[in-house]
Design a protein around this ligand. Structure first.
Ligand SMILES: O=C(O)CCC(=O)C(=O)O
Ligand SMILES: [Fe+2]
Length: 392
């Protein structure tokens, strides 16, 4: 898919079935766009960044930065600098991604969980791309870094398998994965809660009354269904599919995260097991802006980024906005054998959380009952039906 063209119709993340591409008019261009010299180079934008020392002050006024990064004219992503312990935890986990992907096939098979629609454990080639073909470009390892067993209630487990089934860990083959995954996931939740507090302050300052019941901070802290995703992007020449190789979404298709808030690390590139700098300045994360342009978004490898999910956009009455995004693979000559690893922490409401939807919402209006109240679990089920079975 070409940069700037309409996004397609499919999605990638959790539940894998729930992200949805959207193409929407946006009001204004993001600030601080730096145009690169060569015409082929995409415009590149740095995320708005908040130092951790400021973020952890609960009552500090960060509304200017929240608005610039996450408000109606922002990119829907913000980064936090100087988070203690983050760089080491990131590197330790991301280096394990190729090791998971290179486990013997029979071991990886045992780490799959079809009953959760591959939303726990190893998942490769199970999601569909914009083209409708199965995604073989990346592999994912999914787990809840906070709770190994979110519930023991069998009714809930069969009703919401993508949230409620237990974690799977490669205890015999890669025991360090569980430790590193949980450590980074917990840190990303803690810092995410701090950011959520400032998002709540901003939304309330901007006139959304009765917001307490839908406080992002409280919703996230009550939830039992957060999900970590360790992503491994295969070197492109090893992918079964060659088509779409040069498009902006050549590594990860266009989608908008569905939940509340997504923590994201800067991708780590490796070649023959050695960490390398990104081999192609065009490779990496792209976002569709409010005014319908596609820009490359960058943040430092020591920074922890957060993206707004669609559920937060709806509940905040669009004071906070989610944006469609995708990942481009490197395409230059020296990019052969280059692989990319990253980690996303999807924070979302509990399956049991009642969401009070506004009477007017930008998407999925048809799923909401007349009184506007629905649990997140029920809402997710309706989304799955909408996308997969055409039912509402
Ligand atoms: O790989 C990345 O940088 C982004 C991944 C992503 O957007 C997702 O998993 O939802
Ligand atoms: Fe995403």
């Amino acid at each position: 898919m070409e940069a700037g063209s309409a996004v397609g119709a499919r999605s990638t993340w959790p539940p894998a079935v729930l992200n949805r591409d959207r193409d929407r008019d946006r009001a204004r261009a993001p600030r601080r766009v730096r145009c690169r010299a060569a015409a082929a180079m995409p415009p590149s934008v740095r995320t708005v960044s908040i130092p951790f020392a400021d973020l952890k002050e609960r009552d500090r006024d960060l509304s200017g930065k929240i608005e610039e990064g996450l408000g109606p004219n922002g990119l829907g992503i913000i980064s936090i600098s100087d988070v203690p312990d983050f760089p080491a935890l990131r590197r330790t986990l991301l280096r394990l991604a190729p090791r998971v992907a290179n486990l013997p096939e029979d071991v990886k098979k045992e780490l799959e969980d079809p009953d959760s629609r591959y939303n726990f454990g190893w998942s490769h080639g199970k999601e569909k791309l914009e083209s409708g073909k199965l995604d073989t470009f990346k592999g994912s390892y999914y787990a809840n870094p906070i709770l190994d067993v979110p519930t023991t209630d069998d009714v809930l487990v069969s009703r919401y398998p993508s949230y409620c089934r237990p974690n799977i860990w490669p205890a015999d083959h890669l025991p360090e994965l569980e430790i590193a995954f949980k450590a980074l996931g917990k840190l990303m939740l803690e810092v995410g809660l701090m950011l959520a507090r400032h998002c709540d302050l901003y939304v309330m300052q901007h006139g959304v009354g009765q917001y307490d019941g839908e406080s992002l901070e409280q919703t996230i802290s009550r939830s039992r269904c957060h999900k970590g995703r360790l992503l491994y992007y295969f070197p492109r020449q090893f992918s079964a599919q060659k088509e779409g190789g040069d498009s902006v979404s050549s590594w990860c298709g266009w989608h908008t995260d569905h939940g509340s808030l997504t923590g994201l690390t800067c991708g780590l590139f490796m070649k023959n097991s050695v960490e390398v700098p990104c081999p192609d300045s065009a490779a990496g994360l792209y976002i569709r802006t409010r005014d319908n342009r596609v820009v490359k978004v960058t943040f430092g490898e020591e920074e922890l980024a957060y993206q707004i999910g669609e559920t937060t956009e709806i509940l905040s009455r669009s004071r906070l906005c989610a944006t469609p995004h995708c990942v481009q693979a490197p395409s230059s000559e020296n990019a052969s054998n280059v692989e990319r690893s990253t980690f996303a922490m999807f924070m979302q409401p509990d399956w049991n959380e009642t969401l009070n939807f506004p009477s007017e919402i930008p998407y999925h209006q048809e799923l909401i009952p007349p009184n506007g109240a629905l649990t997140f679990g029920e809402y997710s089920e309706r989304l799955v039906n909408k996308y997969y079975e055409g039912k509402t």
